[in-house]
Design a protein around this ligand. Sequence first.
Ligand code: ADP
Ligand code: MG
Length: 697
Amino acid sequence: MKLLHEALMKIPDIGYRKAKLLYEELGLETVADCLTFYPYKYEDRSEVYDISDLSKHKHPVGTEGIIEDTKVVVTKSKKRFVALLKKAGKKVELVWFNRTEWWRKEVQTGHRYYVFGQVRKNKGKLSMTHPEIVRLGPTTVLPKGILPIYSTTKKLLEANIDNTFITKVQRMLSKKIIPFLNETLPQQQLENHALMPRKEALSYIHFSPSKKLLARARYRLKLEELIYLQTHLLQCKKNRKILSKGMTFKEASLLKKYYDHHLSFTLTNDQKKVIREICKDMRSGNQMNRLLQGDVGSGKTIVAFLSGLVPLSSGAQVALVAPTEVLAKQHQEKLKPEAAKLGLSLALLTGSTSSKERKQLLKQLSEGSLHIIVGTHALLQEDVRFTQLGLAIIDEQHRFGVVQRAKLWKKNTTFPCPHILVMTATPIPRTLAKALYGDLDVSCIKEKPAGRKPILTTHYYDRHRLVVFERMREELAKGHQVYIVYPRILSSDGEEENKDLMDGYESISRAFPKVPISILHGKMVPTSKAFEMSRFVKGETKIMVGTTILEVGINVPNATTMVIENAESFGLAQLHQLRGRVGRDEKPSYCLLLTKDTLSTKARQRINAMVRTNDGFEIAQIDLQSRGPGDILGIQQSGLYNMKLADLTKDKHIIEKAHTIAQEIIEADPFLSNPENKALKQALEHLVEKKNWSIVS
Ligand code: ADP
Ligand code: MG
């Protein structure tokens, strides 16, 4: 479809100057860009509603009636003009501030008017403030249908590119281009799932006579975006299985040696099962791409370490990537002695590694004399090269994108892609996992190590703060350690009165004058972070006050109590992550949630859920219902999945459906070579090229 990719510049009604601005301001370059520049909202002019129905509508709507009474009301500060519109005994009050005299002449009693605006209901009375108003005569023509509203910018408006202009362009393109477009989904699926054809959908999303058609159009186009993504991911997964030869690691002598002689506890059945799955992948000859989900404290680190021993047995290398320096350092400290037991070397590479040391490490990695490297994003830099990277492990995936993962695939220049294991503690709802990681295989650890007691969670209102201090004292007296988490580092003016870390540190120091305290937050320089953390790990400090930086992966089994200030301001999944910092061995442990003295019903329900259950999957479900999965994972709409309509974090059912349809398509025609799938294939190729989705494959 050549016209579709024609530059807007060449369209006479637009012209060079306006096209340039449209590109600069909105990124619209071609006719296709413009057609998929969808309205961000609509004005519902499809109907003139009865006054009695007005309050049902949350968006501005239109109605009509006769003006019965008008008056200018003067209050202390303001004058306003009020007119009463009536029909069939029902009335709505119309209000205008400013220019009251002008309105008084304009709006006259006894005449029929059409008004359009946002309706409010106050004490049973309906009103509209500053509505649009049209006096109705025998020949009046009202705007009709659902009218599109496009976003513009200040610069565009200055160049007369306003909503009217964009609407005009869209109308013209709709007429000239849309009739010639191809269908991208197979006929079979259109019929099976009763989907609106593409041409209609693209046309109705801009100009629809009714809400119902608009909804169907949006549904079809959202679904289409998601089908592209799902088809692409499924293809990647299939292609990888067929095409990508992975390194084959049959040998596992080091794993056996460590397992028989050095493992200090018994693995849970789930841990064993996952290790078996991973070994099988690495033996298979295909590249492994596996997601390991396991609740906090389920023991993912040891699974990662043991898995690493497989490639290491064959002389290949292993990289472990953590989301923060603190966590990377912790892994290094914990794993280095274990590696040494097997004669393996392990080093740490982060942003704060000195350049001299870094150079040396890179040399060792590329020569193959360094076996295991633990680090942060710093490991992803291009110059970090391996002789043979056998397995790359990413800890706490939700802070990591597909882009980073893809970078790891390219770490070996002369060898095939390394096997990849990503680990996450956030149980990702199945649908979202499919959408985001559709190309990954998934393993789960559901079981906790034996002997773990549930973390006892209690809620305290701020007024009972002293009880919390008392409970902290009891734990400290037993030689245990305590975390206290604050929602933020410093409060700024005008914010509501949440506790902050700096004040908290002071008041805790005062309340526990003899207790050594560590402090940890994201703005500290890496060396002081590492210092504070190591003092706490060694037990030199007894209380750790910090921000949510403590949320991810930190493991200090002697810490038995987690106090969370302003717990009501955190998400449930986050609270659960934080709580997971305690209960890391057999000692009874506690989570104390401090909140404001008064809580909304919703906040109280969420805190109650935390008190009631320790199950990460249940928490994720509850969180999902109240907030949608996006917030849980902290994923923004990532640039990679740059979708115009679909929202990965909200359109749960559509994702599910897209997955089903994509599966039907790929199963019937794995390489989309069927002529019927030609348009879909082209669309995908175009998207991959343009959005750079190619890095996924
Ligand atoms: P997470 O899954 O949250 O990353 P970790 O890997 O940090 O959890 O493990 C938490 C703690 O449990 C660590 O101290 C670890 O040594 C210990 N652990 C792991 N597996 C077992 C097991 N099977 N039995 C006893 N303790 C275990
Ligand atoms: Mg962990």
